[in-house]
Every structure is written in structure tokens, then in C-alpha cells.
Ligand binder design. Sequence first.
Ligand SMILES: C[S@@+](CC[C@H](N)C(=O)[O-])C[C@H]1O[C@@H](n2cnc3c(N)ncnc32)[C@H](O)[C@@H]1O
Length: 216
Amino acid sequence: VPTWDELFRDGAPLPTEPHPWVVESLAALGKRRRVLDLGCGAGRHLRFLAAAGHDAWGVDISPSALSLTRLDRGRPVAPRLALAEMTALPFADACFDAVVAIHVLYHGPRFEVERGVAEARRVLRPGGLLVATFLSTRTWKYGEGEALERDTFVQPRGPEAGVVHHYVNERGVGSLLADFQLRDLELEEHVDGAGERHSHWQARAVRPPAGTSSGR
Ligand SMILES: C[S@@+](CC[C@H](N)C(=O)[O-])C[C@H]1O[C@@H](n2cnc3c(N)ncnc32)[C@H](O)[C@@H]1O
């Protein structure tokens, strides 16, 4: 089973442009915010955040990904980077204005994904914004590979063969984000050259401001 670090060392194909959901979601964030890129990979969003003048922080479990981010030639990238699991973020409570987590909060079994979402909430200030994607049950690979539990499978093929993926339907996103105020939820789908459908939930959610209830 490959680790994320091996995937990065082997030079897995990586997008370099920021995800449109991040660009759209952060447009109204204001200036010079403190933003965490959770599962930052090779740094495409850190580059975008730094160029927009934000105080950009990145965390990832892959040392190779963090090295790629450091070597990034598209400066200014001067993000502060940490090697850590999404389940145990090395940051104080309520210290970020926004957390970006693109294609991250589905790598692992359900309890790890829940823990990652809870950690994102913990490090966000009240009123802070989570910009995240989740893997939809409508995506091509749903149900393929070894089932570890309901809606969690070991991906059988493709560049991420061996990596654990957790899938959610709309209710599943709602349940993961039950301690947030969900602002926007969209299903983004496209079909690749091999005719396979990629389907992700795109969410914008806010850590409830102090004194308000999340609805739970
Ligand atoms: C599909 S890549 C996305 C990278 C980046 N967010 C982007 O959009 O380009 C998934 C990233 O999540 C990281 N990752 C996977 N599991 C993680 C975990 N438990 N804790 C922290 N990072 C994790 C991987 O190392 C990888 O960089």
C-alpha cells in the first residue's frame, strides 16, 4: 500500500492552479487573514494564499509534499509548514480565520475524517470559514475495492491505488458538518477522458460565532 509520501516522491501528477472553489470562497475573506491549508500537498493553495497577501500556514502528513512546497518556484510562498496528521493539528484553538481542505477530508476511515473536521473546527476562530471538498458517493470508484466499513474503500486502481477513501452523500456531508453552520454546498462533477465520473461535494461552512448554536 503506497503512502502519501511515496505518491509525492514518485511524482504523482499534481494540479498547479488553485481549485476554483477556493478562489471563489476566499474572495470575500478580506485582507491579510490567517489561513490554514489542511493537507496542503505540493502547495498550490499556499501559493495562491500568499500571493493574495494572507498569512498562509500549511500542514500535511507527507514530508515530500512539504519539500515540494518549500522548493516552489512560484514565490512568494513563505508559508509556515508543519508535518502533522489532520487528526491532531499542532495549533492552538481558534487561531485561524479560515481553513482550506481540498481533497483531504476523505482520506481515511470515517472516524479519522470526523476527527479531521473536528480539528478544523477547533483551530478556526468563532465565525471562521471552512472551505472543503468531500468525496461523493456518485464518483466512479465508489464501491470498488476492499470495504473497510460502510462507505469506506481501499482504492483498487489509478494513481491512488491502495489509498483509503471515505465517500458521503448529501446527508453524510451534513452530518460531518453538524457542528458548523453550512453556508453553501454544491456538487461538482466532471467526466474524465476515460469516461469516469468524478464527483465531489464543495462546502463552505462557518464555525458558529460565540453564543450561537450549530443546530445540533
Ligand atoms: C489529493 S491530495 C490534495 C492536496 C492539496 N490539498 C491540493 O488540493 O492540491 C491529498 C493530500 O492530503 C494529505 N493527507 C492525506 N491524509 C492526511 C492526514 N491524515 N493528515 C494530513 N494530511 C493528509 C496528503 O499527503 C496529500 O497531500
